[in-house]
Design a protein around this ligand. Structure first.
Ligand code: ATP
Length: 324
């Protein structure tokens, strides 16, 4: 293998740049030519492919977002789109790919490998932490810390006015951000898509908490089955039926995607990026490079996409015990 390309795809996450940098520098260190594909699969189809040098990735390790840009490509979901992408890679002589993204990105990568046989290693770039095959994903730690900073600030105003705050964090299908920011921020409740939320229990506990605490923070993952933070707040407010209580909703939104990556994310991203190139050279063909128990592991895309990563049971227990 002499020429490889790297791209970022799907939702951006802080640390993607550190990963791109690690891929580029490791490839050059190993004597490979390395190319950047801009705007993910969309750029692969449109031929936005440029040779990268070591200096191309200078001064990006600390930056959020992705210098390679990201996109969601409908065309790549069609056989015609993937054929165009393949033709562009062949025109550049590219023999291996590093895909930085989430489960959608790896679903596309798996299909593309099955059709055209270009070896592809994935790096887990998503704030959601919902990928099997790695303890943490690149960007998760930064997103949790961003949410935590906001929760700390909201706690001040909640306490000053004896308010009940519903804070919505990202997580359409996974509650990892909600649980870790909830534990770190001392939330009274966390609502996540993985577990059924019983609003009567929430109301009962809020009534009990009134005896010991004047303010409460409830962290809601956007994909909770009981609804988003606004919906849940309205339901709880109606059930609690206490006109003396002031309810507020804050949706953190895209702020959780941005910002300088934490040290933990930069190190994880760098490890995954380096390992992706080493994995390609070692003959891995359709795997994600992740870190499990401090060790780099290569997990087939089929498992990363098909197997569910469960919330840590102890975390749920912690929430329950520490919120009394
Ligand atoms: P995040 O978890 O942050 O949203 P992601 O990688 O899951 O990241 P998606 O938008 O789901 O983000 O997927 C990224 C891209 O992967 C899509 O825009 C599409 O081009 C490609 N992709 C996803 N699913 C498929 C599929 N079934 N077939 C081909 N390509 C796909």
């Amino acid at each position: 293998m002499k020429k490889i390309a790297v791209f970022t795809s799907g939702g951006d996450s802080p640390g993607m740049n550190a990963c791109v940098r690690a891929v580029v520098r490791t490839a050059i260190f190993k004597g490979l030519e390395v190319y950047g594909i801009y705007r993910g699969y969309e750029g692969m189809i449109d031929g936005e492919i440029k040779r990268l040098q070591s200096h191309s990735v200078s001064n990006i390790v600390q930056r959020g977002g992705t210098v390679l840009k990201s996109a969601r490509s409908m065309e790549f979901k069609t056989p015609e789109g993937r054929k165009k992408a393949y033709d562009n890679l062949i025109a550049h002589g590219i023999e291996g790919l590093v895909a930085i993204g989430g489960d959608g990105t790896f679903t596309g990568a798996k299909l593309f490998f099955e059709e055209y046989g270009i070896p592809t290693i994935g790096c887990p770039g998503t704030i959601d932490n919902d990928l099997y095959g790695t303890d943490y994903t690149i960007g998760f730690d930064t997103a949790v810390n961003t949410a935590l900073e906001a929760i700390d600030k909201i706690r001040d105003t909640a306490a000053a006015h004896d308010r009940i705050f519903f804070i919505e964090v990202m997580g359409r299908d996974a509650g990892f951000i909600a649980v870790e920011s909830g534990i770190g921020g001392g939330a009274e409740f966390v609502m996540v898509p993985e577990t059924k939320t019983n609003l009567d229990d929430v109301v009962k506990s809020l009534k009990n908490l009134r005896k010991t605490k004047s303010s409460s923070i409830i962290v809601v993952a956007e994909g909770d089955e009981a609804g988003n933070a606004q919906t849940v707040m309205e339901k709880v407010k109606a059930k609690l039926n206490d006109p003396t209580k002031d309810f507020k909703v804050t949706t953190l939104g895209h702020i959780q995607r941005g910002g300088n990556p934490t040290a933990r994310d930069r190190v994880l991203a760098s490890r995954c990026g380096m390992s992706a190139v080493e994995g390609l050279l070692a003959g891995h063909q359709f795997h994600m490079a992740g870190v499990v128990n401090q060790q780099v592991v290569f997990t087939p895309f089929a498992d990363c996409i098909g197997k569910t990563k469960h919330l840590i049971e102890d975390h749920l227990k912690l929430m329950k015990i520490l919120s009394i």
